[in-house]
Design a protein around this ligand. Structure first.
Ligand code: ATP
Length: 256
């Protein structure tokens, strides 16, 4: 079983204040871990550590027991800003990773078409990026991440820029893609409902310094995978109760 471990990590940028203090977090394949917390509590910094973009000041990040020294193909990253290349076609954007690993043109095309089908964009392989909607672009970003067959998928507010309806459709897609891929997902969101709908586990962070203050196990995505609609799940009594509990934890309100 693959295992990404953030071990007693603290982080300071240059001479600045301590951004993270003693954070430990495990992510295993097949898990959907969502990180929530008020602005500035260090969520993005935590994801950047897991991606290998920044080194911890103390502690370590390890994959299967081996400390990481930078980014790796085992950990694909999806950003809020889709970070696609406008001069490349949709298929060429998706197959960027395979291209960098020296895979030939015909095979790259096959990989791109497969991944585009998984995210519901079959038939758009040759479309220029600038002719795609925001939701479609985010799907291309996801297809590109999946094309590398990552063990871990790290996502920083991937749906943050989308309108409410597109966002909900994308949440449903994310649950499907996660279940099919078997990857371990680490996702950051400001959306409390989004966190509850997607996660198998939610960690709540608080600031000064950034740390984990609560962990919740959740399984609403199983209901989605069993065919229930997002609307029905999100309006159910147990979902609404969990939402209030999660908001209490984020804003450190006393539970009633
Ligand atoms: N590259 C950097 N250099 C210096 N300070 C940084 C850097 N990146 C983040 N910080 C600081 O670290 C703290 C945590 O930022 P971070 O972006 O990790 O929090 P966040 O919880 O993701 O915030 P938000 O929800 O607003 O995106 C903030 O005070 C921020 O100003």
């Amino acid at each position: 079983m693959a295992h990404l471990a953030i071990e007693s990590v603290s982080l300071r940028y240059d001479d600045g204040p301590q951004v993270l203090g003693g954070v430990s977090l495990d992510l295993r394949d097949g898990e959907f871990l969502v990180v929530v917390g008020r602005s500035g509590c260090g969520k993005t910094s935590l994801l950047n550590l897991a991606a290998g973009f920044v080194p911890p000041t103390t502690g370590r990040v390890a994959v299967n027991g081996v400390a990481i020294t930078g980014p790796g193909a085992d950990r694909a990253v999806v950003f809020q800003d889709d970070a696609l290349f406008p001069w490349l076609s949709t298929a060429e954007n998706v197959a960027l990773g395979p291209r960098l690993s020296g895979i030939g043109k015909a095979e790259r095309r096959r990989i791109a078409e497969n991944q585009l089908a998984i995210v519901g964009l079959e038939g758009l392989a040759d479309r220029p990026i600038w002719r795609l909607s925001g939701g479609q672009r985010q799907r291309v970003g996801l297809a590109r991440a999946l094309a590398a067959r990552p063990t871990f998928l790290l996502m920083d507010e991937p749906l943050g820029a989308l309108d409410a309806m597109t966002r909900e459709a994308m949440q449903e897609l994310l649950v499907e893609v996660w279940a099919k891929s078997g990857a371990g997902v680490l996702l950051i969101t400001h959306g409390v409902e989004e966190a509850l709908f997607l996660a198998t586990r939610i960690v709540v962070m608080a600031p000064n310094p950034g740390r984990i203050v609560k962990t919740l196990n959740v399984d609403f995505s199983r209901r989605r995978l069993a065919g229930e609609s997002a609307r029905s799940i999100k309006s159910s009594r147990d979902f609404v109760a969990m939402r209030e509990a999660l908001l209490d934890a984020i804003f450190e309100r006393e539970a009633a």
